[in-house]
Design a binder for this molecule. Structure first.
Ligand code: KIV
Ligand code: ZN
Length: 528
């Protein structure tokens, strides 16, 4: 492995999984899920957590507020457009934190100013100064972003950055909003700004890259080589369209290629896998098998030549150690004779810290699984704990399911569910067993939602493996995802479908109850 230089400059990791990541279609998280993600990011050593966009909705406001209250290490940040009402709302949400950051932004590219903002450049420049000044009345830690910076004229970008620093911005973010730039171009952009803008040394420059051309991570690292000292990124690269720069890839590139990137981050890399799994579970976005760092196959060496090389010396094919990113060897762990003590230790080892009730529920489920499945692996335990978290959420629950399937058709499902404390049983036919199951659920929980994703993956190998199902539902612009795990694919499917329906129902209530969600949801791209 490469030698690590002794003194390395620190790169700040600004995580925006809960804001830019959550903004991606279908990835929205519940309040509790956002807290779980914030907790793991905080424990993992993220420097700044962008917790949300407080003016966007009452839900966002409350999540930012609670996250600001509970963080131990990371600084919470809230996003705000260049408008006093946005900035004041962000400050209100963040006020319980020991220290907080307001992140305010406005578009600076000709195309955004003309069509989206319908503002002249001079008016935008005035807003830059005014918005940063307003944010500085609430906190000393103000970040300013030039939305669509990579398609902005250089002279105008320099004037905006100069105005932001003059008004008191301490971080200057240069986003590649549409994922358009290239590494050479992005590096040169930072070099140009840092050389040309007066007082550039008074602020920390930041990268923020989208992955539309698959270059978000390369561009972010190039930005760092050009002088940026903060990287904005998301776990698993979650984000709108093709996503944002992936946190785990940035951090491991800096760590593994310390010779090329003489920097360090504060991230505890053995927590990367756990964070990835959590974000995948709560967002409903599975991690692709061959995803760098956290994909299931990232450390699997299947080919004979590779295996032979690995056996002779691991460094022949391995540039990182699996344990450095929290990948453990898959081992046979539990069985029907395993006791509470061993199970508690195993959960601890897997990074779960469950309360007494959740522990008992998980233990019962593990025993039940051990009765039905020959071998219970780490992945099985993770799936059953995560399924338990989903099932424990508010709303209807699947109690029993019988499905009649086979070549004869039509397939038929009989389901019993707990709805508001009452058991209700219905049956329905369908084109295939999954369709029949979903129709039976619909007979109990009527809805107009469209199924836009149905995905099954086997947690482990073998025909007795647990099936993990992800479902995404869409209804009048609202999107909800659900997950379920069980050795029976149809039971997993029913659980995932009901979990998504429960989330949709919460969103429906919020949309119709003005007290529950007073403000109209706002998207980042909207006019001020
Ligand atoms: O991509 C982008 O430009 C953003 C800004 C709001 C920072 O997410
Ligand atoms: Zn973005």
């Amino acid at each position: 492995m490469n030698a690590v230089p002794s003194s390395r400059e620190r790169i700040r990791i600004f995580d925006t999984t809960l804001r830019d990541g959550e903004q991606s279609a279908g990835a929205s998280m519940t309040f509790d899920e956002k807290l779980q993600v914030a907790d793991i990011l905080d424990a993992m050593g993220v420097d700044v957590i962008e917790a949300g966009f407080p003016i966007a909705s009452q839900g966002d406001f409350e999540a930012v507020s609670e996250i600001a209250r509970r963080l131990h290490n990371a600084v919470p940040a809230g996003l705000a457009r260049a408008a006093n009402k946005d900035i004041d709302r962000a400050a209100e949400a963040l006020r319980h934190a020991h220290a907080f950051r307001i992140h305010t932004f406005i578009s600076t590219s000709p195309v955004h100013m003309k069509y989206k903002l319908q503002m002249e450049p001079d008016a935008v420049l005035e807003k830059v100064f005014a918005s940063v000044s307003r944010a500085r009345t609430h906190t000393d830690d103000v970040e300013w972003s030039a939305e669509d910076a990579t398609r902005t004229e250089h002279d105008f970008l320099c004037r905006c950055v100069e105005a932001a620093i003059k008004a008191g911005a301490t971080t200057i973010n240069i986003p590649d909003t549409v994922g358009y730039t290239t590494p050479e171009e992005y590096r040169a952009l930072f070099e140009m700004l840092i050389n040309r803008v007066p007082n550039a040394d008074k602020a920390i420059f930041s990268t923020h890259c989208h992955n539309d051309l698959g270059m978000a991570v390369a561009n972010s690292l190039a930005g760092v080589m050009g002088g940026a000292r903060q990287v904005e990124c998301t776990v698993n690269g979650l984000g709108e369209r093709a996503g944002n720069a992936a946190l785990e890839e940035i951090v491991m590139a800096i760590r593994t290629r310390a010779d090329a990137f003489p920097f360090t981050t504060g991230i505890k890399t053995p927590m990367l896998t756990q964070a990835s799994k959590l974000v995948s579970t709560v967002s409903g976005f599975p991690v692709q098998y061959n995803k760098a760092i956290v994909g299931k196959n990232a450390f699997a060496h299947e080919s004979g030549i590779h295996q032979d090389g690995m056996l002779k010396h691991v460094e022949t094919y391995e540039i990182m150690r699996p344990e450095d990113v929290g990948v453990r060897e898959t081992n046979l762990v539990m069985g029907k004779h395993s006791g509470r003590h061993a199970f508690r230790e195993k959960l601890k080892d897997l990074g779960y810290d469950l309360g007494e009730n959740a522990f008992e529920a998980a233990f019962t489920r593990m025993k039940d699984l051990a009765d039905r499945k020959k071998h219970v692996y780490d992945e099985d335990i993770e799936a059953l704990v995560e399924d338990g978290i989903t099932s424990a959420a508010e709303g209807a629950k699947v109690i029993a399911l019988t499905v009649i399937a086979g070549t004869g058709g039509p397939q038929k499902a009989i389901i019993t569910m707990d709805v508001d404390g009452h058991h209700v049983t219905k049956e329905a036919n369908g084109t295939g067993p999954v369709d029949a199951t979903f129709n039976a659920i619909k007979a109990i929980l009527p809805h107009e939602a469209r199924l836009s994703l149905y995905q099954v993956h086997a947690v482990t190998e073998g025909t007795d493996a647990q099936a993990e199902v992800s479902v995404r539902l869409e209804e009048e612009g609202r999107v909800a995802t659900g997950r379920g795990a069980d050795v029976d694919t149809l039971v997993s499917s029913a659980k995932a479908y009901v979990a998504a329906l429960n989330k949709l129902s919460i969103r429906r209530q919020k949309a119709t109850d003005p007290a529950a969600d007073a403000s109209e949801p706002v998207r980042v791209g909207e006019r001020i």
